[in-house]
Ligand binder design. Structure first.
Ligand code: NZQ
Ligand code: ZN
Length: 392
């Protein structure tokens, strides 16, 4: 196991009706003038936004509001948010929504305290300070409610880039699984695919003797395999929603990834798809991650056998372990298909002829070659080709 630091300062407030307590937590973490940041319309339609505003008013907390965050959040709204935060002298940002809203809130939080262009942080600069961010989470997916990361798309050139710093970890995250019951089945499944991908990015490692994190990873994956079909069949299954919601956070605070090298190539390869086609990040991962597995599995066949046997219950073929590895990858792709995810370019709305463009844009990234298997541009093109042509 490698040396590590683990910093997860977020207070998680979990369970039914907990959004009504958001005024208490904004106060607790020093907020007196809040920017409420939200998305398209789901939080308005469900009445959540009104409940949040009432909860702030009850505690005498002033607020202003900026809605309109779209999935794959854009820099243009971040600039508006930074301006608003400064002109309104905001001292706290409350994100009400999913990963896109939270990531946009984090970008505003670092941008408001920085004299230069906030995009500098998405081009390699490390954020050292931020306004405090709290969240009321409405979808189990990105894990941004417990992570120090933010991913923003620059409208000019549609460049999707991320940044990470512990100062961006939310001070609190309110997680009421009931709020996720209004999600369309497709979005629920996209979230599940993303959660599983966050675990796999960590699971496939060259670091040895990491039994504790291996087992934690497998627990999250097995939970997702059990619970996701239950919420697809019954969107109002609170207990299954609750398990998935907490799994999404556990998958991405990094508690399952400490002390080990991690890969993250699938995420980088996917981000070009969601930037170019504006598809859901989880759907893009459902297409990319099994293709990446097929391409890299020979690097460590036994690790893929471990996944196949412990996570997907495949039988071990001791004579030809490669068969077991292949069966595990196949089982993963079948699972994704069964929960309603696309498994190839056509189903995602992507085009094989765009592969050179995707590879070229990804090439602009420096240093993201993958911690499990290092990939060159031609390897990445091959992974896109496998993804383009995949079938069950
Ligand atoms: O805008 P509204 O109307 O709320 O609709 C959203 C959106 O269309 C809808 N939705 C959310 N909660 C709902 C709901 N609809 C009905 N009922 C609810 N309760 O769902 C759609 C997707 O929302 P979004 O916030 O985009 O989803 P997600 O949480 O998957 O976030 C995706 C973004 O997070 C980034 C992705 O790249 C993508 O941009 N990621 C962020 C990470 C991080 N910060 O740590 C890590 C991830 O790997 C990921 O890259
Ligand atoms: Zn992700």
């Amino acid at each position: 196991m490698n040396n590590f630091n683990f910093c997860s300062p977020t207070e998680f407030i979990f369970g039914k009706g907990r959004e009504n307590e958001c005024g208490d937590y904004v106060r607790k973490y020093g907020g007196s003038k809040v920017l409420i940041h939200h998305g398209g319309k789901s939080a308005i339609k469900s009445g959540l936004l009104d409940r949040v505003k009432n909860a702030l008013e009850e505690k005498g907390i002033a607020f202003c509001e900026l809605g309109g965050v779209q999935p794959n959040p854009r820099d243009t709204l971040v600039y508006k948010g930074i301006e608003l935060a400064r002109s309104e002298k905001v001292d706290f940002i409350l994100a009400v929504g999913g990963g896109s809203v939270i990531d946009s809130a984090k970008a505003i939080a670092i941008g408001a305290l920085y004299e230069g262009d906030f995009w500098d942080f998405y081009s390699g600069k490390h954020a050292e300070k931020a306004l405090p961010v709290g969240t009321v989470l409405t979808i189990a997916a990105a894990g941004s409610e417990g992570s120090g990361d933010s991913v923003i798309t620059r409208t000019e050139g549609m460049l999707k880039r991320g940044t990470g710093s512990d100062v961006m970890r939310p001070v609190f995250s309110i997680m009421n699984p009931e709020l996720t019951q209004t999600l369309p089945a497709y979005q629920t499944a996209c979230g599940a695919a993303d959660i599983m991908a966050h675990v796999f990015e960590r699971y496939f490692t060259n670091t040895t003797e990491v039994e504790i994190t291996d087992r934690l990873c497998e627990a999250v994956l097995c939970t997702m395999i059990r619970e996701t079909p239950r919420v697809i069949a019954d969107p109002n299954n609170y207990e299954a929603r609750a398990n998935i919601m907490w799994a999404g956070t556990v998958a991405h605070t990094n508690i399952v990834g400490v002390g080990r090298d991690q890969d993250w190539n699938s995420h980088n390869i996917e981000h070009e798809l969601s930037a170019l086609y504006d598809c859901a990040h989880g759907a893009g991962l459902a297409v990319i991650m099994p293709a990446w597995m097929e391409f890299v599995h020979r690097h460590n066949v036994l690790r893929f056998c471990q996944m196949a046997t412990r996570v997907f219950g495949c039988a071990m073929d001791y004579e030809t372990p490669e068969n077991t590895a292949a069966a595990g990858i196949k089982a993963f792709r079948h699972f994704l298909h069964d929960i309603g995810m696309p498994i190839n370019f056509a189903e995602l709305g992507a085009k094989e002829e765009d592969i050179p463009k995707l590879v070229e844009k990804l090439g602009l990234l420096d240093g993201h070659t993958g911690g499990f298997v290092s990939l060159c541009s031609e390897d990445i093109a091959e992974i896109y080709r496998i993804a383009a042509r995949a079938s069950l």
